[in-house]
Every structure is written in C-alpha cells, then in structure tokens.
Design a protein around this ligand. Sequence first.
Ligand code: OAD
Length: 232
Amino acid sequence: MDNRIVILTGAGVSAESGLGTFRDKGGIWTKYDLAEVATPEGFQRDPGKVHEFYNARRQNCAQASPNAAHAALARLEERHLGDVLIVTQNVDDLHERAGSRRVIHMHGRLMRALCAACGETWDAAAVMSPEDACPQCRAQVTRPDIVWFGEMPYQMDEIYEALGDADLFVSIGTSGQVYPAAGFVQEARMAGIRTLELNLEPSDGTSAFDEVRHGQATDIIPSWVDEVLSGR
Ligand code: OAD
C-alpha cells in the first residue's frame, strides 16, 4: 500500500478553474515577458508593472473556484489512511479552498505580501502597490510573496525530507520545465519510490515516471483518487 504520498501540482490542476497555464498555447508566458514580471531585476526596474501583473492574477484567483481535481485531492487527504502532502508550484489558493490542509507553496502565494526590506509577510490587499508600507518596519518596498526566477523556492528541506520518506510520488499538471520541481521525479527514483505522472500530455520528464496517465485533470485525478481509496 502507498502509505505516504507526495503530490506535486502545477498550473494544469487549476486550468479548468479558468486560471491560465504558463507554457501552453495562449499561456501566461506567451503574453507577458517573464524577465519583466517574474524576476527580482524586473521588479527593481518597474515595480508598478509587476504589481499590476500580480494584481490581475490575484483578482482572477479570487473569482475562480476549486475544480473536481482540487476536490479529489482534498478527499484523498481526508480519507487516506496514510500521509498525503501536496507540494504545489501554484500561487493560487485553490487547494486550500477545496479543503486540503497539508500544502507547501514552493513558489509562494498570491494572497500574501512580502516586505523586501525585512522579510515580514502578511495578507495581501486585493490591489497592492509599491508604496504599501510594511506593517513591521514601515519600509515601502512591498512585493507579492512570490518566488521569482533566480530566487530559492520555499521549504526545500521539508520537501526533500518528505520525498525521501514517501512511498509514492505523483506529478500533476506540470510541464516539467522548471527546476527544482522538475527534478523531484529523479529524486524519487533515486530513493526507490514509485512515480506516477497525471497530465494532459507527456511532460518533459515523462520518460522518468514508472506510470503515466494522460487526460484532463478533472477526469483523471478523481478516478485515480477513487482507485487509491478503494485499495485497487
Ligand atoms: P506549465 O504551463 O509549464 O505547464 C502546465 C502543464 O499542465 C502542461 O504540461 C499542460 O499540458 C498541463 N495541462 C494543461 N491543462 C490541463 C488540464 N486541464 N489537466 C491536466 N493537465 C493540464 O505550468 P507549470 O509546470 O506549473 O513559476 O509551471 C511551473 C512554473 O513555471 C510555475 O510555477 C511558474 C512558471 O513560470 C513561477 O512563476 C516562479
């Protein structure tokens, strides 16, 4: 039995909630320049533009609802007799709103603000601006609490520890193009853990998985969860 399950999720799990993916046709990085809106250098050059980008994404997120894939993963955590940990690259809060409790946001969270001066974090206002003062140190270098390219993702020690202890690693809705998350499957293989990919199409790392299933997240995730819970 797969007692301890570590699940990596990406933009594909939220696609059917209406939140755009990054690299698919019409994806976010086909419309915006990543260097301008998702790097510390881009923020230094034009903080207003970066806030505008994330303000729009925060608004989309607030208007979106969790879908059947998020709900199935929450059901898995609630009913599975072993441990379930979600490690998400997504900055939306749809896993939590579906009821998942153990969620690591390795790329940060849209709904949180971060002071670039002192590191304090707090609940983000719906519309943030570079002039927002930090509630702790009063500096006016407020940014979204998002991990940008060139920065270290959050809670990596905890993630690698969970991977080392897992019985099953599942990757859902991610293209496998962004490291370190794209390397988790190799990490799991080296630890002798079974690996499963659930995605619309083969990811970049698809050949590294023991098993691969393709389809829409709202179809393939609920049926996989049913299988796990029924012990099949
Ligand atoms: P991508 O846009 O790179 O990949 C999304 C994946 O989801 C693709 O492989 C799609 O085939 C798949 N997909 C799309 N719709 C789906 C559906 N309905 N059901 C199942 N799968 C579907 O997004 P990520 O891999 O999440 O980082 O991107 C990783 C990181 O790159 C993001 O966290 C973000 C981005 O730049 C930062 O901003 C730091």
